[in-house]
Design a protein around this ligand. Structure first.
Ligand code: N01
Length: 508
């Protein structure tokens, strides 16, 4: 499996980088997905030239560059899932496919010439705070860098979470993770297994079910599915989005408002989620007539506890004659088969691993070393994964985070949260310049107070009370990923940088 998920070029790049001098930039942004690139655009708009973006891939786009699996598409409507400063009247559908979103991101990069500030194919290996120089020391596959300020925009859904299954390394056929799709693997007429039934799997399964000879879908937990209200925009609609002043913004606001109403059920009164459950049950009944299969794929937790999925094609795909849903747990993978707990061995030619990402346990945390010499992973183990407004973590001075702790969402556009964070961090960097600050470090008491409030709101939310296990929770069962309130509240608290919550020193 490792052949598909590791960067074979890393060692070669490191060798080539050895001996190069250390490069310095006032600000270094790590990662260029929707968040890192959005921040880069803002910094350019502010007239800054004192920053660099280090990106491990060969282009901008992050998760939308990497997730090229068949059927990859967004489950947030296009007009909301885009930057507010760069609306796109030309979206072809109400829910865009991966290629169109990636083309949009690339178009924004072109328009604002952000690639000029990027170093691509630059995989960050470690970042260490040097208290004597008040700088970050960053090791990459393209050599060493120093920065006065670092913004980590590495994303939460980027490190494939590979299942630890006996024998999986010995599988002789094609095997790859959903986010590292092997486009050279030919699945036509093959016997294929998909492990996982999350947001990625439910898009992959219907896209390949008609091509493969046989498909086994290995389900650990049945997800809730709602209808996908997707359709192509007509020429008249596209004309109206482009030419009628305010029409596109109005449409975007309507989508935003409708989605925001879900917060009431998700975060405040989970009992209200029963309404969504009724819709999902009716859908399940209408789309799967086989009672045995229906029982297998009926979820056993409150809807919303895990991310609610949308698809009109997944259930019909499961209902096909050449598709089986397997609920017995996988105990072993051999060279050519998967063996489940009931002793059944199913022969296969290929395995698609759609098992999600390291979210609360990102490997990156082991390679960022803070002011007291501990890694971020060690600190999270010790005091929990706590941040301040998702943008700062104590003991990590002069480091800001895009999509840090408790900024995630399940119900609406992450781009809204990203833009809130861009406001906050760009303002912080302005304050640093204006006040000539050398160091900025969030106060532990500010972090405690912020998290106490946050966790009070999370207590009754469906993500903790809904009876499921999900990647929203860390290994201690704490929700360290989601924002538990209306997103406009997050926008309010991130409007301006609040220097009072930070200990600052003047630049020498
Ligand atoms: O990953 P997941 P994903 N053995 O973690 C199962 C975003 N996204 O890539 O539920 C067997 O959701 C696991 O089972 P269980 C979106 O935010 C967005 O699908 O843990 N099975 C689950 O079924 C989403 O939430 C879009 O019991 C194992 C599946 O694998 C996030 O990405 C599209 C296993 C993992 O599901 C991740 O989605 C796609 C094991 N050892 C994705 N380990 C948009 O449209 C895990 N599983 C915006």
């Amino acid at each position: 499996m490792s052949r598909k998920v590791t960067d074979k070029g890393v060692a070669a790049k490191q060798k080539a980088a050895a001996g190069r001098s250390v490069r310095h930039s006032h600000i270094i942004v790590l990662g260029s997905g929707f968040s890192g690139m959005g921040l880069a655009v803002r910094l350019i708009q502010q007239g800054r030239k004192d920053f660099l973006v280090l990106e491990r891939g060969s282009d901008v786009g992050g998760t939308w560059r990497d997730n090229t699996y068949p059927g990859a598409a967004c489950d947030v409507p296009s007009h909301l899932y885009s930057y507010s400063f760069e609306l796109n009247p030309g979206w072809s559908r109400s829910f865009s496919k991966q290629a169109e979103i990636q083309a949009y991101i690339q178009g924004v990069a072109d328009k604002y010439s952000v690639r000029d500030r990027h170093i691509f194919d630059c995989d960050v290996q470690s970042a260490r705070w040097n208290g004597e120089t008040s700088q970050w020391e960053i090791e990459t596959t393209q050599g060493a860098f120093t920065a006065d300020f670092v913004v980590s925009a590495v994303g939460a859904l980027c490190e494939p979470n590979l299942p630890n299954i006996k024998g999986i390394e010995d599988f002789a056929g094609d095997i790859f993770h959903s986010a590292r799709w092997d486009h050279e693997a030919n699945l036509d007429g093959k016997k294929v297994a998909v492990i996982g039934t999350g947001a990625s799997a439910i898009q992959i399964v219907p896209s390949i079910a008609g091509e493969v000879e046989h498909l086994d879908v290995y389900q650990r937990t049945a997800p809730w599915l709602l209808p996908r209200m997707d359709r192509a925009y007509t020429g008249i609609e596209k004309w109206a989005f482009k030419n009628i002043p305010g029409f596109q913004r109005l449409s975007r606001s309507a989508i935003y408002a409708a989605r925001e109403t879900q917060v009431v059920g998700l975060a405040k009164a989970p009992i209200l989620m029963k309404g969504f459950e009724a819709i999902a049950r009716a859908k399940l009944f209408a789309e799967i007539r086989d009672a045995e299969l229906r029982a297998k794929v009926t979820p056993n937790f409150r809807i919303g506890c895990k991310r609610m999925l949308i698809s009109n094609e997944y259930y019909p795909a499961l209902d096909r004659d050449n598709v089986d849903v397997v609920t017995d747990p996988i105990v072993e993978v051999t060279e050519k088969s998967i063996i489940t707990g009931d002793g059944t061995e199913r022969e296969i030619d290929a395995i698609i691993v759609a098992t999600g990402f390291h979210v609360t346990d990102s490997p990156m945390y082991e390679h960022i070393v803070g002011a007291d010499g501990s890694t971020m992973a060690e600190q999270f183990d010790r005091i929990g994964q706590q941040g301040y407004k998702g943008a700062a973590i104590e003991n990590f001075p002069n480091m800001f985070f895009m999509l840090g702790p408790n900024v995630g969402l399940g119900h609406t556009s992450m781009v809204f949260m990203i833009e809130s964070q861009i406001n906050y961090i760009a303002d912080a960097l302005k304050v640093v310049d204006r006040q000539q600050l050398g160091t900025v470090s969030v106060k532990p008491e500010a972090v405690r107070a912020y998290n106490a409030e946050l966790h009070k709101k999370l207590e009754g939310a469906v993500w903790s009370t809904g009876g499921c296990a999900s990647w929203y929770l860390d290994k201690h069962g704490n929700n360290t990923t989601l924002w538990p309130d209306f997103t406009f509240r997050f926008r309010e608290i991130t409007k301006n940088f609040d220097a009072d919550a930070y200990t600052t020193t003047k630049a020498s």
